[in-house]
Ligand binder design. Sequence first.
Ligand SMILES: Nc1ncnc2c1ncn2[C@@H]1O[C@H](COP(=O)(O)OP(=O)(O)OP(=O)(O)O)[C@@H](O)[C@H]1O
Ligand SMILES: [Mg+2]
Length: 326
Amino acid sequence: MKRVGIMFGQEDTFPGAVVARINEMNKGVIAEFVQLGITRMAEPEKYDVIIDRISHDIPYYRAFLKNAMLNGTIVINNPFWWSADDKFFNYALASKIGVAAPKTVLLPSHAHPPNTTSQSMRNLHFPIDWKATFEYIGFPAFLKPHSGGGWKHVYKCHNEGDFFHYYHQTGDIVMTLQEGIQFKEYVRCYVIGQEKVHVMQYDPLQPHDSRYVKDPKPLDKKLEQRIIDDALKLNHALGYDLNTVEFAVRDGIPYAIDFLNPAPDADYHSVGPENFTWVVNAVSEMAIEKALANDRKPAEFRWATFLQGSNGVSSSPKSSVRVAKK
Ligand SMILES: Nc1ncnc2c1ncn2[C@@H]1O[C@H](COP(=O)(O)OP(=O)(O)OP(=O)(O)O)[C@@H](O)[C@H]1O
Ligand SMILES: [Mg+2]
């Protein structure tokens, strides 16, 4: 019998639903919540697949998962790449593989990292050319961490005064400054592997619990297809099995805003019943497929191949698009 385990934190609805779904599908795969204690090096785990929803918050779990992978467990999502990835890199990558991304720059942190001084940072020239940066990015602009989530330290700046006001509060966090996209539509897409995309209209200007639009007007067909293609291109290049990709649409062009979400929100109460059912089914089916195919040989990852963004993505993918309806 093949076995799938799931690791999770404070979320209550998604992990139990995936376990129940995999077990009721009766495909020769059983699912359960992972239980672990002390981890011995190089010893195989009993799981063919582990779905990881929490190792970004629990470093012990991240290290456990790398060891599990070495011993042939498939981890959704790959803990090595998740550790290496960051949002500034993502924007640069998007622009290289032909996905529209807002103009973005990486800023030296405002404060010295712990245990360093100006002496540690002598490669940085001073003064910094802010004027050229503001001319390049323009206003409004978003100041946000190069690696972060949950809207923490995301600031909208309307002018230079705003920028310095917020930048001075960012301490040693490495920040990006990004062109603000004045969008008409905004979408968040679940992307499963290199095949399935579920497009949800999302209104980031609403309070947290009412952002997934309940009764959206259908998107223009061409726009929707471009969103699907671009979401798949990004997911393929980044090698994620489960991710959400957000786009802000300006003048009919979807700009990729946020696509480093390897443990995306999948809570029933937040995403709503239809989106929840979709993601529970899609993740369960993927986990079963991977568990059945797992021959316990650790896969070889060559990032260079992924990051070309070219392999395996056709212009007419096998994707299923489902726009959130009421
Ligand atoms: N360049 C931009 N143009 C317009 N709006 C933006 C831009 N960048 C961020 N935003 C707004 O700020 C919100 C939060 O930004 P972002 O998604 O990048 O941060 P996050 O902390 O990763 O959030 P999440 O919780 O979704 O992972 C977005 O949903 C969007 O509404
Ligand atoms: Mg976001």
